[in-house]
Each structure stands twice: as C-alpha cells, then as structure tokens.
Design a protein around this ligand. Structure first.
Ligand code: KIV
Ligand code: ZN
Length: 524
C-alpha cells in the first residue's frame, strides 16, 4: 500500500511518447534521456515495448542497466512471447516492472480483439500470473478503460490484483473522459473492488480534448497514486498528460492537492529541452511550465506589477523549474516602469526624465514596427536621445574591398574619411570581419572592447538585407552601432563605424562634466 501522500511519477516518454509520428529516438539518445530522467527523480521509466523491434529490445535492456534510482519498465501485450521478451530485456536490473495490458471496452474487445468479455477475463488471469512469476512488480492496464462498462472493469481489476498485479492502470486511451467522470471511475474502483488496497491505482490520460492533465489530477484527487505522463506531453495523436504540468500543479496548488512527488523540479526545463532536441518536436512558445514565454511578461500593466512584487503575476518562480529568471520582454505593450528598469539593467542609471521620455517615445514607435526589440535597439535609441545633436560624424566609410575564401588570410582594403581627411589602409585578419575592424583601427587608432557583433537577416533568401549590430565599450561607457546592407561585410564596417562615432560624441559630452567633477573635488 502506498504512502497516502506520495504520488508516483511513471514516465512513458520513450514508449508512448515515441509513438508520436516522427518522434523516434536513437539508442544513444534514449540513454542520454534516461540519465536525465533518473536525476530528475522519476519513479518508473517505461523504456519501450521490447517485442516491437530489436531496437526497442536493445533500448529497454540498455536503459535498465544505466538507471540508478528509477525503476525500468517494459510494455507487453497479453502474450507469453511479449512478456518473455520484456523479461529478457529487463532481467539485468536489480528491480524492474513488467507492464501488461489488454482492452476491456466493448468496442475494443469486439472489433480489435475479436474476443468475448469472458475470454478477456480468462486472459487476465493467465497473463498477469505469468508475468508475476517473472517479477513481483507487475502493472496491469485495461486499455480503453474510460469506455469500459464499470461493473466489468471492477471484476477485471479484482482479478488482475488477485493474479499478482501491484499497480492497476486506468488508461483514457482515446482522451475521451472529463474530470468529473474520471473522478467517478476511480472512486467506484476504490469503493467496489474488494482487494483494491493491495494495489496502487494509476492514471494514463491522453490529451485529445486537451484534458489529460486535468483528468490525471482529478484521478489523484479521487485516490489514484500514480500518474503516467510524458515530458512535453508528447505521445500518440494529441499526446499524453505532460509530466512537468502535473508535477508543478501538485507543487503549486499543494493546498488543494497535499501530495508529494519525488521530482526535482529544477531539472524540468533541462529535461524538456533535451526531449525537444532529440525528437525534433519544438515546444510551443506558450506551453505551460516549459514554453519560452511561460515566464515572460510583455504587457505594461503586468511588467509594472512584476517590478513591484513578483507574486502579482507569477504563481511559481522560473527558478523552481530551472529557468534562470523571469524576462520582461520589451515590446509595444511595455510601459515606462519596465522601460526604465531595462535602462538601469543596461547601465543607464542616471538619465534625466527628459531623456527617458524622449527615448521611450522612440521606443514605442520602434516597437510598433519591429517584432523583436533587442537590448542593442534600446541602447541605440537611448544614445540617439542622449547625444545625437546632428553633429557631423567623425568617421565615414568611403570604400571597402574584401578578399575572402580558402587558402590565404582574408584581406580588407579600406578608405575612410576621418575628420575630413581621406586615408586608406590594408589589413589581413582572422576572417574578413576581423580584417575590416583592423583597417578601422589602423585608420582611426582607438582602444575599445568589442562586446557584441551580431548579424540579423531582415528579409529571407540569399539576397537578404542584413542588419549588423556592434556594441563597443570604453571606460564603462557603451555604444551600439547598427547598419543594414545586402552586403553583410559593408554592413559590418558601417555598424562598427557608427558605434565608434557615437563613442567619440559620448567622450566629448562627458569630458567637460568630468572636468567639472574634478574641479568640484578640488573645491573650486
Ligand atoms: O493509451 C493506452 O491505453 C496505453 C496502454 C498501453 C497503457 O498506452
Ligand atoms: Zn497511451
């Protein structure tokens, strides 16, 4: 009998999850996933369906050897051959589970199995007993359980327990049930099956109506103590209950669901990324818990609330699921409070209200035009508000030729106008961009740190317009230059020169202030 407050997490990402069309995983990938799942604290890992293919057999066998804490499990139909194969794959593990199943709904028994309810009943006795002779950890599932006649289900569950099953799993195979109905099913089993206290009841909910997590939680609130689920909710058709969602729901609403799982929730994000990378199934941006936007706030009202007190719009911390921090995404809905906060985080702590107001106006105009506002965009527009007083630029690009390719070091030939003087230089470099930046340094000697060089394609195709952003730093002051051109190298030169021109203006603006500061300190 399970500890009443402990809910066991049974993961089937590598069995039911792999049944998603296109989600197949290699042996090495499955081993990598298993190690992370073991660390995550999953209680039982269903590693595959050993009879399905030699690859599945090999994976279940290999996984059963690498797990340190999680119990490996394999799936088997009601067939001695299936059960034997499952046993052969798992037998090296100190503890393992055989999960055997058969359909019990009238529809499945008649059309899929071509068996009478009595024949299915007999099969339960024969196959659960057979599996139990190979291991004392046997799980039995009544496939299409939620469309099974309740009296018949009670009879079959009683028999499966009598035959040796320690876990009874009730699958909502086609994702058809709703929380109130699933609650009733679990309650009826607990009330009517005489030997139910000898087994743990388990949920296995599919997501065809988007109710897999809600149904699983209803199941445990009604008395089930194991949830079968998958990372990112992958699985047949619309998938299974998402592990990260059930676990975080239990943790966050522990006032209503006073249970515990063994999951180290800070590894949820890592597990989600790994499964997504391995399967190639992207995680939708707004996916609960692990979606890119799950902890991102853009609306001005929300950002303002978050800055005053995180609890206003955050029911769990990003750190609790392994995400570094909440992101206040700057976009057209962001307000002044978040904008000011962003400026402070970018090093602009002492701007006057006028400058902030001016920059905020420009930011709103930009946000209407541009989907993604990068930190560089904000730095650029603040710099514009701060220092661009229509003063002519010190440096201008006159011409650029770049020699790139294999064999020789890349070379740039450049002509610049520096303070009205036209100068040329040639430099080689570690790549064409390095050669270009060296030419600029040669023609206008300076000493700044290059903090960022980034190329964004603004349009698609090989003729795409590229926007290059360059951020440089000198004595704690930062400037960003941006330039666009169909030639990425020309855009790179112009972006660097733009950042340098701004730095020159910034130097000129701050120099008198520094002198004043010094004079103030000398008491003049
Ligand atoms: O959905 C289902 O019914 C299953 C069983 C094999 C447990 O995956
Ligand atoms: Zn399933």
């Amino acid at each position: 009998m399970a500890n009443k407050d402990r809910v066991f997490i049974f993961d089937t990402t590598m069995r039911d999850g792999e049944q998603s069309p296109g989600a197949s995983m290699s042996l090495e990938e499955k081993i990598q996933i298993s190690r992370v799942f073991d660390e995550l604290g999953i209680d039982i890992i269903e590693a595959g369906f050993p009879i399905a293919s030699p690859g599945d057999f090999e994976a279940v066998s290999a996984i059963s050897k690498v797990l340190k804490k999680s119990i490996p499990c394999g799936l088997a139909r009601h067939s001695k051959k299936d059960i034997d194969r499952c046993y052969e794959a798992l037998k090296h593990a100190p503890r393992f589970r055989i999960h055997t199943f058969i359909s019990t709904s009238p529809l499945h028994m008649k059309h899929k199995l071509n068996k009478t309810p009595d024949q299915v009943y007999e099969s339960i006795k024969e196959h659960v007993t057979y599996a139990r002779n190979l291991t004392d950890d046997v799980e039995w599932s009544c496939e299409d359980g939620t469309r099974t006649d309740m009296d018949y289900m009670c009879k079959t569950v009683e028999l499966a327990i009598k035959s040796g099953a320690k876990t009874i799993n009730i699958p909502d195979t086609v994702g058809y049930t709703v929380p109130s109905e699933f609650t009733k099913i679990i309650e009826t089993l607990l009330n009517k099956v005489p030997n139910i206290d000898k087994a743990i009841l388990s949920t296995h909910c599919h997501n065809d109506l988007g109710l897999a997590v809600a149904n699983s939680l209803a199941g445990i609130q009604a008395g089930a103590r194991q949830i079968e689920c998958t990372i990112n909710g992958i699985g047949e058709r619309a998938g299974n209950a998402a592990l990260e969602e059930v676990v975080m729901a239990i943790r966050t609403r522990n006032d209503l669901m006073p249970y515990e799982t063994g999951i180290n929730t800070t590894l949820l994000s890592k597990a989600s990324k790994l499964v997504s990378n391995v399967t190639g199934f992207p995680v939708q941006y707004n996916k609960a818990i692990v979606g890119k936007n799950a902890f991102a706030h853009e609306s001005g009202i929300h950002q303002d609330g978050m800055l005053k007190n995180r609890n206003t719009y955050e029911i769990m911390t990003p750190e609790s699921v392994g995400v570094k921090q909440t992101s206040l995404v700057m976009g057209k809905h962001s307000g002044r409070h978040a904008f000011k906060d962003k400026l402070i985080s970018l090093g602009y702590a002492d701007l006057t209200d006028d400058v902030i107001e001016n920059a905020f106006g420009k930011f709103k105009v930009l946000a209407d035009k541009k989907k993604h506002i990068y930190d560089e965009d904000i730095i650029a527009l603040v710099d514009d508000s701060l220092i661009l007083d229509n003063k002519a630029n010190t440096i201008a690009l006159k011409s650029l030729k770049v020699f790139a390719g294999t064999g020789e070091p890349q070379r740039a030939e450049m002509t610049l106008d520096v303070n009205g003087q036209v100068k040329s230089a040639t430099e080689t470099g570690d790549g064409p961009v390095d050669a270009i930046f060296k030419c600029i340094k040669n023609l206008y000697p300076h000493d700044v740190n290059l903090q960022l060089y980034q190329v964004h394609a603004v349009t698609e195709g090989t003729d795409a317009q590229a926007t290059v952003s360059v951020r440089i730093e000198e004595n704690g002051k930062t400037t960003v230059g941006q330039a666009a051109d169909t030639d990425t190298l020309v855009a790179s030169a112009n972006a660097y020169i733009a950042a340098l021109n701004k730095m020159i203006l910034k130097r000129e603006k701050t120099a008198p202030a520094m002198e004043q500061d010094k004079e103030r300190m000398r008491g003049i």
